[in-house]
Ligand binder design. Structure first.
Ligand code: G3D
Ligand code: MG
Length: 198
């Protein structure tokens, strides 16, 4: 395998494409969500090298037509040193959560906090995909906000909680649109700061 840059260069029309990384505990529904997004509007696939990566296009709101390269890299601790180099310059984070699994909510909270604290991810917008809303007992966004301690995330992160069902695809494109809005907002803020400092 070549260097990260040559791998990225080999991806079709990477220009203007936003890089999004999907994180979360195992079984949260990351792979299901990725392939639901892909099959709703299939574009192309990239060979899997220890993780899944698909290019998908937004279908709603201002994100309509916007390409996202979505990386599903979670749960593979041993491979992290490898995929870290691909996901360093990420535009957005999708944190997939099992909205029913209260037993592992604390673990999910810790994982999210760890991701948010990483200097590589400073200020990167976070979409919390509150998945498995089809199951009885699924917690609502407001409650998940508290359970995950989103208000204490820090490190300059914007965040949104989007209820979803990865199996039917409900809420997925709404989530991508919300993430896109945060990415635009962050760019606008960065521009304003640059102007002010001139
Ligand atoms: P992961 O990639 O985060 O590890 P997966 O998770 O996408 O492999 O999903 C783990 C399990 O959760 C799968 O079930 C999958 O079908 C299920 N799942 C994912 N999203 C939803 C959802 O929105 N609702 C429900 N009810 N189930 C979901 P299996 O049985 O294959 O382990
Ligand atoms: Mg998976």
């Amino acid at each position: 395998m070549g260097k990260p840059s040559s791998f990225l260069d080999s991806l079709p029309s990477a220009q203007g494409t936003l890089h999004v990384v999907m994180l979360g505990l195992d079984s949260a529904g990351k792979t299901t969500a990725l392939y639901r997004l892909k099959f709703d509007q299939y574009l192309n696939t990239v060979p899997t090298i220890g993780f899944n990566c698909e290019k998908v296009k937004g279908t709603l709101g201002r994100s309509k037509g916007q390409a996202f390269l979505v990386w599903d890299v979670g749960g593979q601790e041993k491979l992290r040193p490898l995929w870290k180099s691909y996901t360093r310059c990420t535009d957005g984070i999708v944190f997939v959560l099992d909205s029913v699994d209260l037993e592992r909510m604390e673990e999910a909270k810790m994982e999210l906090a760890r991701t948010a604290r990483s200097p590589d991810n400073a200020g990167v917008p976070v979409l919390v995909l509150a998945n498995k809303q089809d199951l009885p007992g699924a917690k609502e966004p407001k409650e998940l906000e508290k359970l995950l301690g989103l208000h204490e995330l820090g490190n300059g992160h914007m965040w949104v909680v989007q209820p979803a069902c990865a199996i039917t695809g409900e809420g997925l494109f709404e989530g991508m649109d919300a993430l896109y809005e945060m990415i635009l907002k962050r760019r606008k803020l960065a521009k304003q700061v640059k102007k002010k400092n001139r």
